[in-house]
Design a protein around this ligand. Structure first.
Ligand SMILES: C[S@@+](CC[C@H](N)C(=O)[O-])C[C@H]1O[C@@H](n2cnc3c(N)ncnc32)[C@H](O)[C@@H]1O
Length: 273
């Protein structure tokens, strides 16, 4: 499938997606939208897509529109969110619920029929979840306990070659960044990996990765990321000199855009090298 998804198709899809999400509230940069588009449209494995944390549907729309290009075996998409507001991540929200906006946004993007919605917390979904995943997108509870629970509950469902991606790993929340550092970069079961904007992503391998270049790359990212963990863990407030240090430390972590050719190159790497 990845061979048949051309640059021309990607450009047309991105234009369609930009128009569909232009009025949707949310916190995804253009580069992050590019990444989610590629991860959803150019599958790395066979299975479904699970989004934890949908808010008003911005990433849901990106994933849904892109999954339509992934081939029939890869189209299933789940969105999980209690849709209660304000949220842990957005304490300043004034509405009681983001659900009506979510529904309206999906309707106007014409993807309602493509998304199975679970309106509750992810630990409730985990109680009955039994579906193999090709893409796990975690953008829900950004506390350490919340991100860890999502990883522990759903990563066992990743199939060989699947992608796991966390949002807000390079922002001041300690959860996603700490889980990515400890449970992914230090695990032998993740190979290709990196950052795009504030998204951290990695590719799961059931067999331990033995390739020395990949190991060294992961350890280098681990060393860089743990500077951020040390500044954010244990409820530390990012302010004053700590903020300056955080921003400086972040500049050392490569987190530039992902292009279609680069994505295909990552996917062409052996899963269990
Ligand atoms: C940063 S927003 C998600 C943004 C969304 N992905 C987008 O593209 O606009 C975080 C969302 O996670 C939801 N959330 C918080 N804890 C959650 C949990 N345990 N399970 C599922 N969703 C959760 C919140 O209700 C909120 O809507």
């Amino acid at each position: 499938m990845s061979q048949t998804f051309s640059q021309q198709k990607f450009d047309a899809l991105r234009t369609e997606i930009s128009a569909a999400i232009v009025a949707t509230e949310g916190h995804l940069s253009d580069h992050e939208v590019d990444f989610l588009t590629l991860a959803s449209a150019v599958p790395s494995a066979t299975g479904e897509v699970l989004e934890i944390g949908s808010f008003k549907g911005k990433s849901t729309i990106v994933l849904a529109k892109s999954a339509k290009h992934a081939g029939d075996a890869h189209t299933g998409l789940w969105a999980c969110d209690p849709f209660t507001s304000p949220t842990v991540t957005c304490p300043d929200l004034e509405e009681d619920s983001s659900f009506s906006d979510f529904e309206r946004n999906l309707r106007s993007a014409d993807v309602t029929a493509d998304v199975r919605v679970f309106q509750d917390y992810s630990d409730q979904l985990a109680l009955t979840w039994n579906t193999s995943l090709r893409l796990l997108w975690i953008d829900g509870d950004h506390t350490f306990a919340g991100a860890k629970k999502d990883f522990d509950n759903f990563s066992p469902w990743l199939v060989d070659g699947a992608i796991i991606a966390f949002h807000d790993t390079l922002h001041s929340h300690d959860g996603p960044c700490r889980v990515f550092a400890n449970d992914i970069l230090l695990s032998p079961h993740y190979g290709a990996c990196g950052f795009c904007g504030s998204i951290a992503w990695a590719r799961y391998s059931s067999k331990p990765i033995t390739d020395e270049t990949i190991k060294q790359r992961k350890l280098q990212l681990y060393r860089q990321l743990t500077h951020l963990v040390a500044l954010t863990a244990l409820d530390q407030d990012i302010a004053g000199w700590r903020k300056v240090l955080y921003r400086w430390s972040r500049t050392w972590i490569p987190h530039g855009p992902m292009s279609l050719p680069s994505w295909k190159k990552w996917l062409a790497m052996e899963v269990s090298s």
